[in-house]
Design a protein around this ligand. Sequence first.
Ligand SMILES: NC(=O)c1ccc[n+]([C@@H]2O[C@H](COP(=O)([O-])OP(=O)(O)OC[C@H]3O[C@@H](n4cnc5c(N)ncnc54)[C@H](OP(=O)(O)O)[C@@H]3O)[C@@H](O)[C@H]2O)c1
Length: 396
Amino acid sequence: MSQHIALLGSTGSIGTQVLDVVRHWPGRFTIAALGAGKNLERLAQQTGEFHPRCIAIQQESDLPALRELLNVHAPAFSGEILVGKAGLNAIAESSVSALVIVGLVGLAGLEPTLKALYAGKRVLTANKETFVTGGHLVQPYLDRVIPIDSEHAAIHQCLKNEPVKAVKHILLTASGGPFRTFSAADMQKVTLSQALKHPNWVMGHKITIDSATMMNKGLEVIEAHWLFGVSYDQIQVVVHPESMIHSGVEFVDGSILLQMGAPDMRGPIQYAMTYPERLPNPEPKVHLDFLSLSRLNLEPPDLERFPCIRLAYEAGRLGSGATAVLNGADEMAVQLFLEEQIDYCAIPKLLEAALNAHRQESTPSAPSLSDIHALDDWARRFVREQANPLTARSTG
Ligand SMILES: NC(=O)c1ccc[n+]([C@@H]2O[C@H](COP(=O)([O-])OP(=O)(O)OC[C@H]3O[C@@H](n4cnc5c(N)ncnc54)[C@H](OP(=O)(O)O)[C@@H]3O)[C@@H](O)[C@H]2O)c1
């Protein structure tokens, strides 16, 4: 029987690869709904190809342009078109599917994920920001969540049904990003185009910049804490530039299980979509020849050059209020860097300043959804003001 899927973030890097897997297994999956942001052309093409019953876009003002594109790419589409946050939430809760896949980027992923879980659905998610901002809200429903992030998918595979008490450490691997071998002085001069060139993965802009600052690993530390119920002391980041070991688990008896594979997100995506069944790789050309691995490098992260990892541990230990602040500050700092309003080295400084300012406030350690949005607004405004006081005042 075909599994009906609601796919949120269908036009992004994760979303398009989910659709590659769907294409590869005709009859096994049915796309019931698609949610996207502003890439109207791609959404219209996907609608023509996958025939969802409803679709959603980010902005009402894009509706006329979307209708024109649907006339070209999906003339037979007669389903509902939803808009904004309410549109994503409606799709997440809708009875059109029992499975929701979240490929949204940023805090935008949290609320629809919660709506899907409250509606009793299974959720496959790549959206680490969900755990960073609202891990405590998702935690009661973890038996219906499977991670897509490659490191967490690797840990999921190593853990199987082992109890948390059997785990000594989670070994979270990191490629180290494009600046792994740069000196602190060279890092002062890096450009946006250098930061957008990840050595091993092609991904959306936000995660690519997060990988360049290694904030991505920091976010993943917090994601692992919530997903696997381990303390921050038990999570060890290991830099592994080849990205062949996707992560692992050290058990209390000294045994270590690592999960390996070629760096191709369709692996963890398909693993989550067909779990517990394993199917052949949707792209057999992407294959890791074990015998060809002459050497695998493993080293500790340099927290001096990549302070974002340290900040993530600090925020994680403070609680979900602090991690929501760190996330909001990071989303804003990355946006400013992508707009070339700040330089690369300003990102960790702004995050540290936001976290320090937040420490002076008294905020709940387990914030509600509306608290999380308030903390996010505060952190974004703080970063904008610190980065450029004049612009911040004029844009509010
Ligand atoms: N890419 C990877 O290989 C990878 C690997 C591991 C984990 N992840 C995680 O997966 C998530 C997605 O990453 P990505 O690289 O796929 O990002 P991406 O390429 O930027 O895609 C993001 C998707 O979210 C949509 N979107 C963004 N904001 C939205 C909003 N407010 N309302 C509706 N739709 C919105 C975008 O729509 P439009 O494009 O139409 O505007 C797009 O479909 C992130 O949390 C990332 O950390 C990604």
